[in-house]
Design a protein around this ligand. Structure first.
Ligand code: RB5
Length: 153
């Protein structure tokens, strides 16, 4: 799988740790920045960059890190086709994919330690959408909201 990673200044340290620690997963890791040089950089810029990479087929999934994970998830979810959420526990990280077809894992660099973050990322990357009828029906309803809203302009 091609996995894009991006972070604002609040998440860059954890993002760098993840790049190192996930190198053995066999996934292609794509670093989309930032470099943390600017302590006033804005999470929507990195969320947008990563979300568009998935929307445009450059990456299959993403891991987005900001201070809390919250702003990153709010911003990424504005892009069509993105299903992003903060998951700081392994159950949510894999169940989000299995039930909800999560494609972006958001993490808070100021909230979660490196070890649990790595475990969450591994749980997220190791999971697949179940395809069960009830899960597919629910995801289809989520996509219907998205389509309806984009028609409403
Ligand atoms: C940046 O200081 C911080 O607000 C941001 O990384 C994030 O936590 C927002 O949700």
């Amino acid at each position: 799988m091609r996995v894009a990673l991006a972070a604002d200044h609040g998440g860059v340290q954890l993002r760098d740790e993840l790049l190192n620690r996930l190198a053995d997963t066999g996934h292609e890791l794509i670093d989309l920045g930032g470099d943390g040089a600017d302590p006033t950089d804005d999470y929507p810029d990195f969320a947008r960059r990563l979300a568009l990479a998935i929307r445009d087929g450059v990456a299959d999934r993403g891991i987005l890190v900001c201070g809390s994970g919250i702003g990153a998830s709010v911003a990424a979810n504005k892009v069509r086709g993105i299903r992003a959420a903060v998951a700081h526990d392994t159950y949510s990280a894999h169940q989000g994919v299995e039930h909800d077809d999560l494609n972006v894992l958001c993490l808070g660099g100021r909230v979660i330690g490196v070890e649990p973050a790595v475990e969450c990322a591994r749980a997220f990357l190791g999971a697949s959408f179940s395809g069960a009828e009830r899960h597919a029906r629910r995801v289809a309803k989520v996509l219907a909201i998205e389509a309806e809203e984009s028609r409403a302009g």
